[in-house]
Design a protein around this ligand. Structure first.
Ligand code: SAM
Length: 266
């Protein structure tokens, strides 16, 4: 399934909306301050709109592109320091692929199909590859969710999960006309930079805890956690001046971590 304009093809099923706005391309590339001994990892280079600028830094370069039909078009970027793997990034043996490259810092860049934004970030986090910076294009609403503050409707489980690892900031908004073909939604570019001194938590348990806290957004924490667990954290909530009807979206990250630690030490 594809649309065709003056010889160009875009596969909708692979989320192919190619960047054509040079201004946006320059803004993304400007965030990647890699040196020659660093590695730039691009997910979904497509027809090479970003690649062109990224490889000009002379760093190591590795890309994953699912569309085999782009092999010919992307061949011009391949060199001893640059490799393109034509495979699904989500199924790739990332840690093993990276082991083969003697890089210092890792920069991750992607204008990705929006339906795989979250699985991609989960894969990066769980593989512990520790990028120095991630620069990604996301659907605008998803960007709001990733950057949300407490007391807003966008604040939720994934906001806190991501924030545990990264400082998330907006690079720029991106209109639909920056792409060919135009997507149905507005976009934004985000940068994710690793936080220092992150709390040492059992992340699997912390994720489960956060998911429970936000399981029904309109309900109180007490309702979502159940009476037994709620009773255990009641005194901590009081210390933070919260009453029994507090909802998850009213708690700061620091408060979630305190509640989680308290639940797990008693
Ligand atoms: N980066 C290019 C640009 O900005 O013009 C292409 C962007 S397009 C939104 C997304 C690209 O990701 C497409 O080339 C698509 O084939 C590729 N892609 C989709 N799913 C993928 C996956 N699971 N792994 C690797 N590449 C994927």
């Amino acid at each position: 399934m594809f649309c065709e304009v003056v010889g160009m093809k875009a596969k909708k099923n692979l989320g192919q909306n190619f960047l054509k706005d040079q201004n946006i391309i320059a803004k993304i590339a400007a965030e990647v301050t890699a040196f020659s001994n660093d590695l730039i990892l691009e997910i979904g280079p497509g027809r090479g709109a970003l690649t062109e600028r990224l490889v000009s830094l002379n760093s190591y370069y590795l890309a994953y592109e699912l569309d085999q039909d782009l092999k010919l078009e992307l061949a011009r970027f391949i060199s001893p320091k640059r490799q393109i793997i034509f495979a699904d990034f989500l199924k790739a043996d990332l840690v093993n692929d990276l082991k083969k490259i003697p890089y210092e810092n890792l920069y991750l860049v992607g204008n990705l199909p929006y339906y795989i934004t979250t699985p991609i970030l989960e894969k990066i986090i769980s593989s512990q590859i520790k990028p120095k910076k991630i620069v990604i294009m996301v659907q605008k609403e998803v960007g709001w969710r990733f950057m949300a503050d407490a007391h807003t409707k966008d604040y939720g489980y994934f906001t806190l999960y991501l924030r545990h690892y990264f400082n998330v900031t907006k690079v720029c908004d991106v209109g639909r006309d920056a792409f060919w073909p135009q997507p149905k939604v507005e976009s934004m570019v985000l940068k994710l930079e690793p936080r220092e001194n992150i709390a040492n938590l059992d992340m699997e348990d912390y994720q489960t805890f956060l998911k429970r806290c936000f399981s029904q957004k309109r309900k109180t924490l007490k309702n979502n956690l159940g009476t037994t667990d709620f009773a255990k954290i009641q005194e901590i909530l009081k210390q933070y001046n919260h009453d029994d009807n507090v909802r998850a979206e009213e708690l700061s990250e620091e408060e979630f971590v305190s509640l989680f630690n308290h639940l797990n030490t008693k």
